[in-house]
Design a protein around this ligand. Sequence first.
Ligand code: WT7
Length: 664
Amino acid sequence: MSEEEGQLEARLEEQEEFEPSEEFVSQANVTDEGIYEEFEEDWPGCWEGAADLLDWYEGYDEVLDDSNPPFYKWFTDGKLNVSDNCLDRHLEERGDEVAIEWVGEPTDEENRTFTYEELHREVNEFAAALRDLGVEEDDVVTMYMPMVPELPVAMLACARIGAPHSVVFAGFSAEALATRMNAADSEFLVTCDGYYRRGDALDHLEKANEGLDGVDHDVEATVVVDRLGDDGHGHDLRDGQHDYAELVADHEGAEVEPVHRDAEDMLFLMYTSGTTGKPKGVKHTTAGYLAWAAWTSQAVLDIKPDDTYWCSADIGWITGHSYIVYGPLALGTTSVMYEGTPDYPERDRLWEIVEEYEVDQLYTAPTAIRAFMKWGKQFPEEHDLSSLRLLGTVGEPINPRAWKWYYQHIGNEECPVVDTWWQTETGGMMVTTLPGIKKMKPGSAGPPLPGLDVRIVDTKGEEVEPGRAGYLTVNKPWPGMLRTLYQNDERFVNEYWAEYSDTDSDDPEDWVYFPEDGAKIDEDGYITVLGRVDDVINVSGHRLGTMEIESAIVGVEGVAEAAVVGGDHEMKGEAVYAYVILEDGYEGDDDMRERIVGGVEDSIGPIARPEAVVFTPELPKTRSGKIMRRLLEQIANDEELGDTTTLRNPEIVEDIQTKVERED
Ligand code: WT7
């Protein structure tokens, strides 16, 4: 490092606040500081502006119907179609502009570019094909697909005919696919033969087929995209399985009138992890969700139609739904989609893509930023990143060092960084700075967006002093919110509302949404999110339920009991620590360890792989028999242990500690 660079690093290290550059502010979509007050005074009317970003067949009656909390309805009786909003309405002015710029992992493969016109055509053809396969309005279509352009095509085709989709992340296991298809009674699947990962042509159809074997009802039809061509694994399509390209060719030139959907009709389901072993089917609807995705894309990501915008998430998660597909396309911009990993073939792959496509905004995750940091600044330095105007992060807390590295080495100290806190359930961003207005504080996501009432409270629901840790709550509804858990209103109320609401009341003031995150607030109203307070852990920005992992482990022959906690991890944020008790007669050896890891991969997927498996004769339990997870976490993190005197078996703690040390 040169002396000059050293000084810069030192200055940045001390700097706690950063102002957006004048150049950024002068062109930003939102620059009027008055927006916060305005929205507060005109609530919920303030969301009319978000609804105005959309085209409607029939206008809505009321912005918000809050007569039956927490079952809120937004933009009541309005009629619209999401595919129309993301495609048709752009055709006249922007038909020849690029909607999706798809980059495959192999560098010698030609990229696939879809103009709005081309995307519109393909979506129409596939929508017609889906109808011919028997998909009707309100049928749930499952998609088990990696990052291929046919995924957004299929999502938009479903939206066009009013069939909700349920996208299952391609990295999830066959069993996870079956669980989700069963939970949603889904009779249709769109999947793909395989995809490239670090140079390997992965077989995906085998997993999909295995998943289909686990579905407990008839599956009407499966569509298979041929991604790998000659690199494919040579599976013959089964009965009821159709080749995507053939279907589209058979429907060449077909036009499908977009179905007029009610504002509150379901757009999609997204399964996510919760406290219990059963994934939750988060239900998002048509108008509120799209308005939220579009408005936040405009206000926070500063997207303009002429931009080339890139969110490097996977469409299999909510981030990709809202900020690769729906938000950007509703605004008519160019959205980049990349199939591979950031380190293939080299660790500069992302920067190569930014340079080649002159990307304006990059939205990624702290876990990726920590990896870039570890690899070193020489990789971004090899490329011209001057096209970048804004940077974003999402998925987990970002530590100030990683934030500053991103700001300095990727953004050249010219791009504001938006640290966006939100969840699958919120549909879109909730807590973050508006980049054209607010200063940034590394490590803190920022104030709640205008129109949102977010408070940090104690266990009784009283607001805590600035600087103190408490629980994050959202005290007013917002258009992008989940409407319920699929076919389970009761669990919806229990999981998100019961903690801080008077559930007997029909006064919306008595209803408070609890996202199960810990947080603190500072004197300026900036919120620092501390992480989950339920039994959910966050591995590389992916949300995993410890109960799901435990039940996978207990399913392995020879395992009597398991407790899973998140331990701090330098790159992943958190890593899975599994404490396992074996049945008599079984050895805690490498073979057992492998079977446990394999069991987790089979039942959830490689993302849930335990970092450490610790065999122990007992788990620390309270006198009432509850496992002391906090203690197990402290052991995983090599932290000082809290009070162990209330344990029934305090002597086991030291024993486990030595075993964990040996693992390290
Ligand atoms: C959980 C939601 C939001 C889409 C990706 C994850 C954590 C998310 C931040 C952030 C600190 C964050 C929270 C949240 N989280 N963004 N900017 N700072 N924590 O969606 O899988 O539903 O997970 O991710 O703990 O509850 P998800």
